[in-house]
Design a protein around this ligand. Sequence first.
Ligand SMILES: *Cc1c(COP(=O)(O)O)cnc(C)c1O
Length: 356
Amino acid sequence: MKKHNFYAGPSILSEYTIQNTADAILNFADTGLSVLEVSHRSKEFQAVIDEASALVKEILDVPAGFEVLWLGGGASMQFCMIPYNFLARKAAFLDTGTWASNAIKEARLFGEVEVVGSSKEAGYTYIPKGFEVPADVDYFHYTSNNTIYGTETRVDPKLPCRVIADMSSDIFSRPIDFTGYDAIYAGAQKNLAPAGVTLVIVREDALGHVDRPIPTMLDYRTHIKKGSMFNTPPVLPIFSALQTLRYYKQLGGIKELERRDLEKAAVLYGAIDDSKMFTGTVTDPADRSIMNVCFVMTPEYKELEADFIEFCKGRGIVGIKGHRSVGGFRASLYNALPLESVKVLVEAMRDFESTH
Ligand SMILES: *Cc1c(COP(=O)(O)O)cnc(C)c1O
């Protein structure tokens, strides 16, 4: 049976990415070797990482002055690398969920942290608005898409201080205006590649303004200087990322990715809003994530949630169980997920509702 993969991460990758990765595991770039067993210093792999970085710049229209890095350690490693490199005295954070809180916890090890807004008291079901960022902070950090709660900020903040964003789960779902940013980062396993690599895009002249000594591996300047090859980079995930980037370019680039993502989200939110059985956990349409759609059953049907997940399995729908901290359902609609899968889910919701 065809599977419809709604997992939140690691998550669906394009067939193009998976097929080309499988082929290269057997024979990489006609070397007669597997991509798993070649030197990262080989000219064939150098070509891979160079093309991947160039495609990131092309697809996201990254301006001059920014560097593209491929690092290990996951997005969670960035929670400490960012303050290590950017927090001299004080930083401002928006607390929009678990990932934001994890980033705040790490930053507190390096200096003063001011939480300028939080939706914690409401279970992180909305994005705080109207908050003020003090003028004297080294940077403002926020999470553009809250993977667990299904909220998203799709407007790039313009602030008089540096802005840094965790875009792990919505990168490549919309154009980014880099003029307001000094760094963005994204773990690859949501919209780009298998787990193991993190994409960082950092403004080079924003570095070097803290006094503390920085361990070599945690200093962005090390990786800029060495082209992400100071040590052995995650070769296989970078190879897969290149395949995804080529696929994104073939599809028509970032505007086309955004159009598809908006369409898929509209279909699913439409079905949720039309239903008497299901209801969205994020009520303000402006805050609803187009990547992770969170919904639950209304109180009178609540006990049927486990049955619905089983019902979905019968139709090849996997990965819709909500995060343990939210419950209910979460359908992740990452770029590689076809519209057809969303339609299959919507049909399952309608059929289940009409028979219960
Ligand atoms: C998944 C996720 C993370 C954590 O990524 P790791 O690579 O597992 O460290 C951080 N931030 C956001 C927004 C995420 O979705």
